[in-house]
Design a protein around this ligand. Structure first.
Ligand code: BEZ
Length: 211
């Protein structure tokens, strides 16, 4: 199977989770979603990542994003591990952790990279739009914990593009100026940005971040 790419439909699946069984497309209906894998329960980096994601719940919710973790561990392991996350990270797990012992999700999303490890997932993360299309994918090795502030930053950028037809420059953070996408003509831009914009080049038009 070829790798899932940005713009592809996010595969559907039925699974058990720490919050009960779900069908993915039903669970994310109409929402933005993050689906991210961790290699293994009861491991140190994974414990910190799940705690960090739980701490960011308000930020994900403010952006209308539903979050799902997944690994190939069985549901009994997930249930036993969540106490360790709360004890060591100071926050209770507050999003569904998918049990994928049959590797249904891991296979559909290409989360197992056999030359890294042929049984465990790497740290894959997908942002999925309300149209169920993949908007972003990032992949990290098992040894590197992800920067979840970066995940929030990218979601802000993706949502600005979806809602306002603007793109975000290198190292942009929310609140800084953005770029009018090349597909928007100057005529259309006049309607969308009546306060005006700065033209550095015809293809590089800078505007304050829309509200
Ligand atoms: C960890 O979460 O620390 C980890 C998991 C699998 C392999 C290596 C590290």
């Amino acid at each position: 199977m070829s790798a899932l790419l940005i713009g592809d439909e996010a595969p559907d699946f039925e699974v058990d989770t720490t919050e009960g069984p779900l069908r993915f497309h039903d669970a994310i209906e109409g929402s933005w979603a993050v689906l991210f894998s961790h290699p293994k329960d009861f491991t140190p980096v994974c414990t910190t990542e799940l705690g960090m994601t739980a701490k960011l719940k308000d930020k994900f919710e403010a952006r209308g994003v539903k979050v799902f973790g997944v690994s190939v561990d069985p549901i009994e392991d997930h249930r036993a591990w969540v106490g360790d996350i709360e004890e060591t990270q100071g926050v209770a797990l507050n999003f569904p952790l998918i049990a994928d012992p049959a590797r249904t999700v891991a296979t559909a999303y290409g989360m197992i990279h056999p030359n890294a490890n042929d049984t465990l997932t790497v740290r894959s993360l997908f942002v999925i739009g309300p149209d169920k299309k993949i908007k972003l994918k990032i992949e990290y090795p098992a040894s590197t914990g992800r920067n979840f502030d970066e995940v929030i930053r990218v979601i802000d950028s993706l949502q600005l593009t979806a809602n306002h037809k603007v793109a975000t420059p290198a190292n942009w953070v929310s609140g800084e100026d953005v770029i009018i996408v090349p597909a928007v003509s100057d005529e259309e831009a006049k309607e969308k940005f009546p306060e005006g914009w700065k033209t550095l080049k015809p293809y590089l038009r800078v505007v304050p971040q829309p509200k």
